[in-house]
Design a protein around this ligand. Structure first.
Ligand SMILES: [Zn+2]
Length: 139
């Protein structure tokens, strides 16, 4: 059935988008690791399941896609023109969930660092990662 096929395709694409080892996250991980940082990944028991947890620095890192997490004012976060009633509540929910998770983590004494996908693009990534290291080290 044609319908079944299109549903399968869609769920495949969605799972790819949401998959844990997204490329931007890998870039951050590789850089930090090669610079001597050690971390835990996707710690389930922590609010929001941070992408990286650096206990030594009391820091957690989220690498966020600009679309799914509604990067405010970002040129990569273009509100979808079609099906807005479907996408916008989803994105809004993510934004609110992120806020709530960040607040809980801060309450628990963590420093919450958020890296946006657009800042990991060619030409920006070096500066972003250098800044991230300075922030982690608090210098
Ligand atoms: Zn962005």
């Amino acid at each position: 059935m044609a319908d079944t096929h299109s549903i399968e395709t869609r769920s495949y694409n969605m799972s790819r988008i949401r998959s844990v080892n997204t490329k931007p996250e890998l870039k951050v991980r590789k850089f930090l690791f090669s610079n001597g940082f050690r971390y835990r990944l996707n710690v389930k028991e922590m609010p929001g399941k941070p992408d990286l947890v650096l206990p030594k620095y009391n820091a957690v890192i989220f690498v966020h896609g600009c679309f799914w997490h509604g990067h405010d004012g970002c040129r990569y976060f273009v509100k979808p023109k079609s099906n807005q009633s479907y996408w916008l509540p989803k994105i809004e929910k993510n934004i609110n969930r992120d806020k709530a998770n960040f607040a809980r983590l801060i309450e628990l004494g963590w420093r919450v660092l958020e890296v946006w996908e657009c800042d990991l693009k060619k030409g920006k990534i070096e500066g972003t990662l250098e800044k991230l290291v300075r922030t982690i080290k608090n210098i």
